[in-house]
Design a protein around this ligand. Structure first.
Ligand SMILES: Cc1cc2nc3c(=O)[nH]c(=O)nc-3n(C[C@H](O)[C@H](O)[C@H](O)COP(=O)(O)OP(=O)(O)OC[C@H]3O[C@@H](n4cnc5c(N)ncnc54)[C@H](O)[C@@H]3O)c2cc1C
Length: 581
């Protein structure tokens, strides 16, 4: 029988009088248990409180009472009656200014850099280009992102008569202005015009009557043509329309240029946000530098002291260092890679190349599996593992992976001891998706038309769409090549998602499981499904025993109407939500 652990919450040994408990109650999720959350406090106070916490024998509530609550400099000196007043207090500039001064002092007295991780903020970057979105999302530790979907949100609308794309000041101010606008408008016009055509094509090739739907209530599966229940018929028809539209958006996003505007929500801890801002300040793209300043301005009002060092004297020196490193890389390429670049351009390249892996990965993983459960030095475990037969090693791997119920049952950290480097040559659309994996070491080359563009079967199946696509891609190439020498950064805004970009990643085996199993799900985009399947095959070829446990990788070819089942599931979820509420 399952034991209800909520009855076993441990009491805190922090002795508070009833009056003390009443006073601090608005700031803690409880006043008497050993696990407690902080509430209704400015981020800076939370950060300062935790940083003191690390240097004190007191519990967090006692510390708060003794060192924070009564401090006039913090303006947290009276009991609050309700969450509204608490929120008001947290937001008053007086309280914040005092809290910030206090935080700065605590940081200098007790702090190291990790204090900056003890508070955080949500920041929305809206109407930014894909170039900017990818720069922001290139940061990994301490940040979480959510971006507007190019699958569920069509990009064909206009604001004040203009399509939603970034107008770079340099390009718009140059003699290329008209051609740039004509090119970008042309891409959006084509996308808008082809969307209904693609929807019609999908409806024609996958007519609703032929499709089987699962009844959300009864679980019965029926072809649409045979459905008699009006409610089931309505939900099936809704799911079908959503799936067709999502699929059409997926297929046509290759028209969209890197200038396309999007929205990115960021949650981050102070240290990570500070680092993000510092990088934006030092970025070669003007848009990114502007966003760095705008982000700092907004965050200043929320977690000011956490991000101050992004642009102070030390921050500026670090910005220069980053800029210098980039310049050095360019020089080094000129000096050492000139001929290699020319040679490579001549040979055709695959989408996925496994460029490097550890030859002794099996032994490394097997040793790591055994190490934690022994008291033997690693050197001795390694030596013993080397003596085992291949069959014994496979047996150990199998036992460790065990029976995985679903893809969330991930193999343990022992699998982080094997690493793989892939060089991907993928279209920018799929790069945009795959770039979101943070547990990899990523490296990207610039967006260019030099590697050619991808197309897909559905685009090729409709001559009108195919011709429009090829024509637009050729225009993009022509204009990009004309501009690239003079405006190497700005010209990248003109490159459509259909063009290929080179993306290099190094990741460990554990992340490879996550990546391949997540990115091959049937509702995933057909392009990155293929890439992820190829990544799996490449490792299977090299070290089959290490991916034997990757049982949730989906190796089926791209299913037609791949969104349909997912849409049905979400229709069902909505339905059961409605029934419950
Ligand atoms: C079908 C599909 C549709 C999608 N649609 C959208 C969309 O519309 N908009 C959008 O923005 N994104 C979308 N995504 C991207 C998705 O939100 C993830 O960003 C992406 O899949 C990377 O996955 P991950 O975060 O699990 O992986 P990784 O970043 O590779 O991380 C691996 C694992 O490490 C852990 N982890 C990593 N970082 C953190 C952290 N900061 N905090 C806690 N745990 C962490 C998690 O367990 C995570 O699963 C979509 C993805 C798929 C597959």
């Amino acid at each position: 029988m399952a034991i209800d652990l909520t009855h076993q919450l441990t009491e805190s040994s922090e002795a508070l009088t009833p009056d003390e408990a009443r006073r601090i109650a608005p700031y803690f999720s409880n006043t008497d248990r050993s696990v407690v959350a902080l509430v209704n406090l400015p981020e800076v106070v939370k950060g300062a409180l935790f940083s003191r916490y690390s240097r004190s024998a007191k519990g967090v509530r006692r510390l708060f009472l003794d060192e924070f609550f009564g401090k006039s400099e913090l303006a947290i000196d009276r009991p609050l009656e309700g969450t509204d007043s608490a929120r008001i207090l947290a937001q008053t500039s007086e309280a914040r200014a005092k809290a910030e001064a206090f935080y700065t002092r605590v940081l200098s007295d007790y702090g190291d850099d990790s204090v900056g991780e003890l508070g955080g903020a949500h920041l929305a970057f809206q109407e930014i280009s894909q170039i900017a979105a990818k720069t922001i999302e290139d940061h990994r530790i301490g940040l979480a992102f959510l971006e507007k979907s190019s699958r569920y949100v069509p990009f064909d609308d206009k604001v004040n008569g203009r399509y939603r794309y970034y107008r770079d000041r340099t390009l718009i101010g140059s003699t290329y202005r008209d051609r740039v606008i004509q090119h970008l408008d042309g891409l959006f016009d084509a996308y808008a015009e082809m969307l209904p055509r693609m929807i019609a094509h999908l409806q024609e090739t996958h007519p609703i009557d032929e499709i089987e739907f699962e009844n959300a209530i009864t679980g019965k599966i029926q072809k649409f043509a045979n459905i008699t229940d009006p409610e089931f018929s309505a939900s099936a028809s809704f799911a079908y329309k959503s799936a067709v539209r999502a699929q059409a958006c997926d297929l046509l996003r290759c028209f969209l240029p890197m200038a396309t505007l999007t929205n990115v929500g960021v949650w981050g801890n102070g240290r990570a946000l500070e680092y993000l801002l510092l990088h934006l300040y030092a970025d070669p793209f003007e848009e990114n530098r502007i966003l760095g300043h705008a982000g700092a301005h907004e965050l200043d009002a929320v977690i000011g002291p956490f991000i101050k060092r992004a642009d102070d004297e030390k921050g500026k020196r670090l910005q220069e260092y980053l800029q210098g490193r980039r310049a050095t890389q360019r020089e080094l390429v000129k000096q050492y890679l000139g001929e290699v670049r020319r040679a490579q351009a001549a040979s055709p390249e695959p989408k996925v190349t496994l460029t490097r892996f550890d030859a002794d990965a099996v032994d490394a993983v097997v040793s790591a599996i055994l190490y934690g459960a022994t008291d033997t030095p690693k050197r001795d475990v390694n030596a013993r593992v080397r003596e085992l037969s291949a069959a014994q090693k496979t047996e150990i791997l199998r036992a460790y992976v065990g029976l995985r119920g679903n893809r969330r049952h991930k193999p343990g950290r022992a699998f982080e001891h094997a690493r793989y480097e892939f060089d991907l040559l993928i279209n920018i659309g799929e790069f945009r998706d795959l770039q979101r994996h943070r547990l990899v070491t990523p490296d990207r080359q610039q967006y260019t038309t030099a590697h050619g563009y991808d197309t897909n079967d559905q685009i090729n199946a409709v001559p009108e769409i195919r011709d429009a696509y090829n024509a637009r891609m050729e225009c993009a190439d022509k204009l990009y090549r004309e501009l690239a020498d003079k405006y190497p950064n700005q010209a990248q805004y003109l490159v459509p998602f259909g063009y290929r970009v080179r993306y290099n990643i190094e990741l460990n085996l554990r992340e490879l499981y996550h990546w391949c199993e997540l990115r091959t799900v049937e509702q995933g985009h057909p392009d990155y499904r293929l890439t992820s399947q190829q990544m799996y095959y490449a490792v299977r070829e090299a070290q089959p025993e290490l991916v034997e446990g990757m049982t949730f990788v989906n190796l089926n070819p791209n299913p037609p109407m791949s969104r349909l089942r997912a849409e049905m599931r979400s229709a069902r979820k909505k339905k059961s939500g409605e029934t419950k509420s």
